[in-house]
Design a protein around this ligand. Structure first.
Ligand SMILES: O=C(O)CCC(=O)N[C@@H](CCC(=O)O)C(=O)O
Ligand SMILES: [Zn+2]
Length: 334
C-alpha cells in the first residue's frame, strides 16, 4: 500500500512522510497537508463535483471513528475504493490520540467559530489549523460540500447512533441529508436551534457545508470496537465516495429531536442529579430537579417528553454540561 495510505500510523508515530504526494494505481492523488491531514483527489475525468470532509479523533479516545476512516483510506490507497469526489481526511487531535485521551487541556470541539482566538496552547492552535484546512478545502466554488465529524460518546445510549445537525439563521435543514443519514444507519437526528462552537457548527455556519456530528456508540480504546457497528455508515460512505449512492426518499423510523435547553455549568458548585451511569436519551419527568448551581440556579424539567444527552458535570465552567431535548417533527425541513 502507498505510504500515505498509512496516515493513521504516521500520525500516531508523530512522523512526517518523506514524500508528500503520491498517486494510486488508479490515478488518484493523495496529498499529505499537515499532521493528520490528507487530501484525496480523483482524476479530473472521474470527478463528480463533490467535496467531502471526513474528520475523527477530534476527541483522541474516540477510536472506532478513527479506525473507520483508516479503513476507507487504506481502500483508496490500494485502489479498491475508487473516489469520484475530493476528500479531506482529518484526525483532529493527534497528541490526544497518541495518549488515548479525550483532550489534553482544552476540548478541541469547543474551540471553533472564534473560540480558539480566546485561548492559548496546542489545542487552540490545532483548532485554528483545522479551520484553515477546512476553509481551504471548501474554497472551490460550485461544488457540493459535505462534512461528517465522527465521534463516540462517553456513556451508553438508549439510541446508539445519531446525528447532530447544526443551525444557522436563515438556513433550513435538508430532508435529503436526513434521508441519507437514515440510510447510513442513524436512528435519530438532533436539530440544533442556535449557533455553536463545534467543528461542524463552523463548517455549516461559515463554509456553507452540510455538516453533521455523528455519534456512533460508546468510546473504547483502539482494537476494542467490536461492539460498535459502523457497517451501514461505512457502506454509505463508500457509496458517496464512489458516486454509487442509491436514491433514498424516506425518513421512516428516523426520530427527530429539538434542543429544549442547553445546561451550562457556571461554577464549581454545579451539581447534576443523575446516576453516573445514566444513558444518553434517558427520559426525565416533568418537575425533576436536574441540576443546581451558584446563586440558587436550578434546572427543573418543564418540558413534556424531555430527555438528556451528553450529561457531564465535569466540564469546565462556562461549558455545556448536558443537552435537554424534546421530540419534534419534520415540518421545518426543505
Ligand atoms: O459523550 C459525551 O458526553 C460527548 C460525546 C461527544 O464528544 N459529543 C460531541 C457532540 C458535538 C456536537 O454537539 O455537535 C461533543 O461533545 O463534542
Ligand atoms: Zn467526541
Amino acid at each position: 500500500m502507498l505510504a500515505l495510505g498509512k496516515l493513521l500510523e504516521l500520525t500516531l508515530a508523530g512522523r512526517e512522510p518523506a514524500q508528500k504526494i503520491q498517486l494510486t494505481v488508479d490515478g488518484v492523488q493523495m496529498r499529505w497537508l499537515s499532521e493528520g491531514a490528507l487530501e484525496v483527489r480523483p482524476p479530473q475525468a472521474r470527478d463528480n463535483g463533490g467535496d467531502l470532509l471526513l474528520s475523527s479523533g477530534i476527541h483522541g479516545n474516540e477510536t472506532a471513528p478513527i479506525e473507520l476512516l483508516d479503513r476507507l483510506l487504506h481502500g483508496i490507497a490500494r485502489g479498491e475504493i475508487k473516489p469520484r469526489n475530493r476528500i479531506l481526511f482529518l484526525f483532529g487531535n493527534p497528541e490526544a490520540m497518541r495518549r488515548g485521551e479525550r483532550y489534553l487541556e482544552l476540548d478541541v470541539n469547543r474551540l471553533f467559530n472564534g473560540r480558539h482566538e480566546k485561548n492559548i496552547g496546542p489545542e487552540a492552535m490545532r483548532a485554528a489549523e483545522l479551520e484553515q484546512l477546512a476553509r481551504s478545502f471548501f474554497s472551490v466554488p460550485d461544488r457540493s460540500r459535505l462534512h461528517y465529524d465522527l465521534h463516540t460518546a462517553i456513556r451508553g445510549s438508549k439510541i446508539e447512533q445519531f446525528a447532530l445537525y447544526p443551525w444557522k439563521e436563515g438556513r433550513q435543514h435538508s430532508r435529503r441529508e436526513l434521508e441519507r443519514l437514515r440510510a447510513a444507519g442513524m436512528e435519530a437526528v438532533l436539530l440544533q436551534n442556535k449557533t455553536s462552537i463545534t467543528f461542524t457548527a463552523f463548517t455549516y455556519e461559515q463554509l456553507e457545508a452540510e455538516a453533521f456530528t455523528l455519534e456512533l456508540g460508546k468510546a473504547r480504546p483502539f482494537g476494542q470496537n467490536q461492539g460498535v457497528d459502523v457497517s451501514r455508515l461505512e457502506t454509505r460512505l463508500k457509496q458517496i465516495i464512489e458516486g454509487t449512492e442509491p436514491e433514498t426518499d424516506s425518513l421512516d423510523g428516523l426520530k427527530l429531536f429539538a434542543v429544549a435547553r442547553e445546561v451550562i455549568k457556571h461554577s464549581d458548585a454545579f451539581l447534576m442529579h443523575l446516576p453516573a451511569d445514566v444513558e444518553n436519551f434517558s427520559e426525565l419527568e416533568k418537575g425533576y430537579l436536574l441540576a443546581e448551581d451558584v446563586a440558587k440556579t436550578r434546572w427543573v424539567i418543564e418540558e413534556e417528553g424531555a430527555r438528556i444527552i451528553f450529561p457531564n458535570p465535569k466540564v469546565k465552567n462556562g461549558l455545556r454540561a448536558g443537552i435537554l431535548i424534546v421530540p419534534t417533527t419534520d415540518a421545518g425541513l426543505v
